[in-house]
Write a protein that binds this ligand. Structure first.
Ligand code: FAD
Length: 393
């Protein structure tokens, strides 16, 4: 028996599901948001203190998402009445021999979107940003308007805002299955009840395939266990602090690595690489002999980068290691699409470790899809058609 109805049910209350519910509520849609864990929790992708946000990307489809996203983060900050964004600037460093094209593509996008930026030649990088060391064949682009989002504060503010706007938010209520009835009705069964709605949006992060299985679909999204590492700043003047205007740094190698200045843990700088080891989200921290070996190698990789690029950080071992998850697609592009058979099942997944900053725009896209409305963005790059989607339909 179905207990309750909503116009749209959003499954998964991470940052993407929260922004989706926000946009639905903005349009006066009766929205039920179901999250399997009680807040706060650390078993998804959106928890933690900080995320880098930037005004642009080198890929135009992502660059296009940023103006709306940036504005909405600022609006959320105003509405919450507390700091959610810290403008530190972002230095992106390219190996000018191997990544010349990416460098120029980023410059083009920054100019197209009229972003305040300048180029820093390799030989002046250390002088301009004390505490950094790069070979002379590197070149940097400093984007002055980028910075860090205070992730936990952002999601907390969003939860308060959407519930004030009428979203029915149930935490600690896992969705067990989805059953499409027809083009205007879907039944959602949870551990506590059954609900019906005209459409559902699945924003389940690394858990997405567990739920898609119940509607005979599997998409190539690999859950990845990520170790996030903080390192001690050895410099007496605390060079790596946000208070000393140290920027976010992104080194465009493969895999790329990045840092955010000391803020959440004074005296510690977050320096991590983009990647991790495959996992089952239900037992994220269980390592097999293979993943344990891989994880050890990854730690050596990042220690090496800390040593060479951040000479004033103590590279002997991380001071703090925290766990998180990515949901990686084969091309690292998002997966935003309808279920191939049921147009009232909308999928927002595969954010591949870069979905926090764009989530206000992505939530807008997903809300529009759930309401069969056109999106202002080109969705071609995010389509499921690019995958060999295994479906038993
Ligand atoms: C270490 C790390 C660093 C990152 N750095 C950046 C960065 O600097 N900039 C950036 O833009 N992005 C960054 N990201 C990526 C970004 O944080 C993620 O892309 C984003 O948080 C994904 O949000 P989500 O809502 O899709 O997933 P999640 O936050 O995982 O939310 C999904 C939610 O769905 C719930 N759920 C799943 N299944 C069910 C079910 N059956 N029933 C009910 N609920 C369910 C889960 O419990 C979870 O809460 C980083 C990620 C990590 C891990």
């Amino acid at each position: 028996m179905t207990d309750k109805t909503a116009d749209v049910i959003v499954v998964g209350g991470g940052v993407v599901g929260l922004w989706t519910a926000y946009h639905l509520a903005q349009q006066g849609v009766r929205t039920l948001l179901l999250e399997q864990f009680s807040y706060p929790h650390t078993r998804g992708s959106s928890h933690g203190q900080t995320r880098i946000t930037r005004t642009s990307y080198s890929e135009p489809e992502y660059a296009a998402l940023m103006p709306e996203a940036f504005q909405r983060w600022k609006d959320l900050q105003d509405e919450a009445g507390k700091e959610l964004y810290i403008n530190t600037g972002l230095l992106t460093v390219y190996d000018f021999v191997k990544k010349k094209e990416e460098f120029y593509s980023m410059l083009d996008n920054l100019s197209t979107h009229k972003v305040n930026h300048y180029v820093v030649p390799g030989e002046s990088l250390s002088q301009s940003f004390p505490g950094l060391s790069f070979p002379a064949h590197c070149k940097g682009i400093f984007d002055a308007d980028s910075g860090i989002l205070l992730a936990d504060q952002c999601t907390t503010a969003l939860r308060h805002l959407i519930t004030r706007r009428g979203v029915d938010l149930h935490e600690g209520e896992p969705v067990l299955s989805i059953k499409p009835i027809n083009s205007k009705k879907v039944i959602v069964k949870t551990s506590k009840a059954s609900y019906s709605s005209a459409s559902v949006v699945l924003t389940c992060g690394a858990y997405i395939n567990k739920l898609l299985e119940t509607v005979n679909l599997k998409i190539p999204v690999q859950p990845v266990r990520v170790e996030l590492t903080y390192w001690k700043d050895k410099s007496p003047e605390k060079k790596y602090s946000a208070l000393n205007k140290f920027p976010c740094v992104l080194v465009a190698e493969s895999p790329y690595y990045y840092s955010t200045p000391s803020h959440e843990y004074p005296g510690l700088i977050k320096i991590s690489y983009h990647g991790g080891t495959p996992c089952d989200p239900d037992s994220r921290d269980h390592l097999t002999p293979d993943t344990a070996r891989e994880s050890k190698q990854n730690m050596e990789f990042i220690k090496d980068k800390v040593r060479s690029t951040f000479p004033d950080a103590d590279a002997s071992q991380p001071a703090i290691t925290e766990m998180c998850m990515f949901s990686e697609t084969p091309d690292s592009n998002f997966a935003l699409d309808f279920h191939p058979k049921y147009k009232n099942i909308v999928i927002g997944a595969g954010f591949s470790g870069h979905g926090f900053k764009t989530s206000p725009s992505v939530g807008h896209i997903l809300a529009n899809m759930a309401l069969s409305q056109q999106s202002a963005y080109s969705l071609e790059s995010f389509s499921l058609k690019r995958f060999d989607t295994s479906s038993k339909l």
